[in-house]
Design a protein around this ligand. Sequence first.
Ligand code: TRP
Ligand code: ZN
Length: 879
Amino acid sequence: MIAPARSPAPLVIHREDYRPPRFVVDAVDLDIQLDPELTQVRARLHLRRQSEADDQPLRLCGEGLALLEIRQDGQTLPKDQYRLEEGALLLLHPPRDFVLETLVQIRPIANTALSGLYFANGHFITQCEAEGFRRITYYLDRPDVLARFGVTLHAEQGPHPVLLANGNRIAAGQEAHGRHWVRWEDPFPKPCYLFALVAGDLGCVRDHFRTASGREVALEIYVEAHHLDACAQAMDALQRAMAWDERVYGREYDLDRYMIVATDTFNMGAMENKGLNIFNSKYVLARPETATDTDYQGIESVIAHEYFHNWTGNRVTLRDWFQLSLKEGLTVFRDQEFSADENSRGVQRIGDVRRLRAAQFPEDAGPLAHPVRPDAYIEINNFYTATVYEKGAEVVRMIHTVLGAAAFRQGMDLYFARHDGQAVTIEDFLAAMEGATGRDLAAFRLWYSQAGTPVVHAAGRYDPAQRRYSLTLRQEAAPTPGQPEKRPLPIPVRMALFSPAGQAMPLRGQEEDGAGDRERILMLDTAEQTWIFTEVSEPPIPSLLRGFSAPVRLEMGFGDAQRAFLASHDDDPFNRWEAMQGLALQALLAAIDQSHGAGVLPELLHGALAAVLSDAQMDPAYRAELLTLPSEDYVGEQMAVIDVEGIHCAREALRRAMGSAFGEQWAADYESLAFPYSRDGVSSGRRRLRNLALAYLLASDASYLDRTRQQYRQADNMTDHLAAFSLLVHQPDADVSDILADFYQRWQQHPLVIDKWFAIQASAPRPDTLAKAQALLQHPAFDWRTPNRVRALLGSLGANATVFHAADGSGYAFLAAQIRHLDELNPQIAARLATPLSRWQRYDAQRQGLMRQALEDLAGKANLSRDLGEVLEKSLKLA
Ligand code: TRP
Ligand code: ZN
């Protein structure tokens, strides 16, 4: 009998309903006969009752399993002692303490959802977070059940010479029919979501790391043999991450071996399985010819992220899935800080905030808004969101800001000391922070439970007679689904005051705590508050929310003069960038408002850009940030109704104007920044600035097409090659079919590069893009079963504003049709692709109607997955 994998009635899981497990698993022993068609999993679980005896059945989760045998303490269990239900095996009269042995059969080759055990490109791979283990065997599939795991893997030796699982390799041997086996045991008790196995024909890059206490750890990266030359960045990042966690948090690695496996077929970025991380190959493989500087950066941060999970996630794990941000928000904060220490802190912060604003702010303002610690869910896979990850990291960052680095570290030490080996809650984390520092974080808890992005309004007033400056901050927040009323949050506002000559002024007044004489952290924790600064000799220009000290929208009531002032004088790299962005944003909004292209550069913006362009001392990566216009999406976020066409035209016109106004400087930069390829931060910054210069030159002068084609042909690295390719393919009316064919021809053996080929075509702001995307669905290289490929084509199309939001609704209908198909194969990815449709409230009435129509059509689909069903239901509920 096969339990169905999909349940028809969506069940809402509530945080308040949490109950401790009635049974625990002391030990799990798995014996797995791997076969792509029919894999057999024999599981022996030592189960022990925790609660008072009751007559409730014991419910083990299981999905899509065919049960072949079931034994209790060695005896076949009679049929009247158990029952199979949808998604579960019920033991009707479980003893206090017993061994349950089950044998189930599964079909890895038919697993297109990529959750549980699947077979792709000749390899067996598992993905158990969040609830994939129940698709492997019957189990108490919840994160607060920690058990010791032992596993014996058997497989055909020829195609699957490498057999990996968590922990230590204990024994291995041959058996009949060309098969072999390997035994693995993990000494650390763990929840089943951290279980992993891999079987395949993989090569291995080996290195090692000596921990601070002198233990040797073997580091192994497993990839297909032809990728053995592409693991250097991953290995190097891993070693640096291990050293950083020792230096900054005093945390050492705990097993003798750390393994990483790369696969082309993976739903997410990577997974922190104990001792055996499994990675999307995008975050492992890199060579200068095939990977861009951005790709190298991504590898560094994801390798570090998964490594850091060994302490924040694995050694201390989650009580329940509502606590997801306890591991994800904290670990994102840790990987962001690692990248800031390893590279440029200012540039890192700008990138992190840009991502937060691009993904989390819109989520927080729409029908899928939820708190960092949600109260209810239908499908937990839908909650691996920008809010849980990125906003969660911002909340940890605010705690770090208000406590200071040293006290934060004491809090972390206490957190690990108290909770090592436990499954805990966000509350436990906060209690440890308080316990170690004596500080009261009661008010901060609201950041975890209240959804929505607060708006902070700032107003300053200078009194020359009294030489006083008063600053009033007021906060408000719009309602979110299920939370009509919002309470004031504690908002740390890092600030400084600048004299008209551009000097940060000494700060004197009622509040004396904070970060030194010329910078202070104001804690806005009521609806409105005023601060008074004394002995202020001249009218100051305030620099507020420095370093983006809280995840809020700041409304300053500034004019362009103040923005231009800060753009040239602010010594906080984030706020200087923010001031430049503000100038450009105002220019764009004004142009859209008057429905003319931003054909002329406003004088103050012109001056600020000229100053940056002539500052040769500045770090090129930072200079590139200052010279990059806000994205179309970010401009749209600032409008009451998003004017897709207006934004695109205004931004293109402004790019042209910037190109022609500074043609000579751009050309000079383009020539002078040409250096031989090297893989360091300064060189990648130069490439970034140089490619930005080329983009401006091409925007304003079509004769640069030839120069761009030349760069495409001659580049010796993927960053420059792809930058030129992208510029060419995104030209509104150039015929680039030769370039498209050439690129494909050159890179067809490299899936990660072919993903870029799909993505760049699908993001082209051209009238023929939709037809192109339609045709690409039929391309032999398009593959519905490979998430990277699906995201490259369909994810990029959904993010391509002018094409996706075409006024006739063709973009919506196209995407909906593909989601409908994908939902049959991979619900997790289908649900994610639907999120652009959930933002319908932000568009004009006609588009709203068309987007809702697309959502409703999808909602009427038969056999809708829980994942997609939840997204559709929430998107449509908000009338
Ligand atoms: N825990 C992983 C991380 O953030 C995320 C992840 C990987 C995941 N694979 C998944 C989440 C599958 C849900 C489903 O590092
Ligand atoms: Zn993570």
